[in-house]
Design a protein. Structure first.
Length: 159
């Protein structure tokens, strides 16, 4: 086996629904509409409606921020001597998991229209791709299996 040869190097990103520009535009539209509607109700003496609209606006903006931050996370899968899974969160913090690929099993688990890929080795399991759809998960499993086969063939030839 060639030292430090990469048999697989994949980066998995969540599907993004909004770009930063469209997110800002949507937030501005919600803010403007909330202020206009609140102003109307406050002028007509129904000030509690304005307060509830403001609280609703804060909840919507918080949900947009959480959604945008979660779309920044990604996972990187590298197969060389070991299988490395690097999980990077939205802050950029990295967590690396090393797995022995000789004993590897892959399971695609589906629940309704979502699921995840479970990588199992020596009784330990690691879940990846929980933001991918079923078709993408099956393609991912095939890619990993293909790379594992190539790695095993090279190992057996070099023995």
């Amino acid at each position: 086996m060639v030292k430090n040869r990469k048999y697989l190097d994949l980066v998995l990103y969540p599907n993004r629904s909004l770009t930063l520009t469209s997110l800002i535009l949507l937030a501005l539209i919600f803010t403007l509409l909330s202020f206009l509607i609140s102003f109307y109700f406050i002028n007509n003496g129904a000030w509690p409606v304005g307060v509830f609209l403001f609280v609703d606006l804060l909840i919507i903006l918080l949900a947009f921020k959480i959604n945008y931050n979660s779309s920044k996370k990604y996972e990187r899968i590298i197969l060389n001597e070991k299988l490395l899974i690097k999980k990077i969160n939205f802050k950029g913090n990295e967590r690396t998991i090393k797995i022995e690929p000789s004993w590897l099993r892959l399971k695609v688990k589906c629940h309704n229209n979502s699921g995840h890929l479970e990588i199992i080795s020596k009784g330990k399991s690691q879940i990846i791709g929980n933001y991918l759809n079923i078709i993408e998960l099956k393609k991912l499993a095939k890619e990993i299996k293909k790379a594992l086969i190539i790695r095993e063939k090279e190992l057996s030839l070099n023995f």
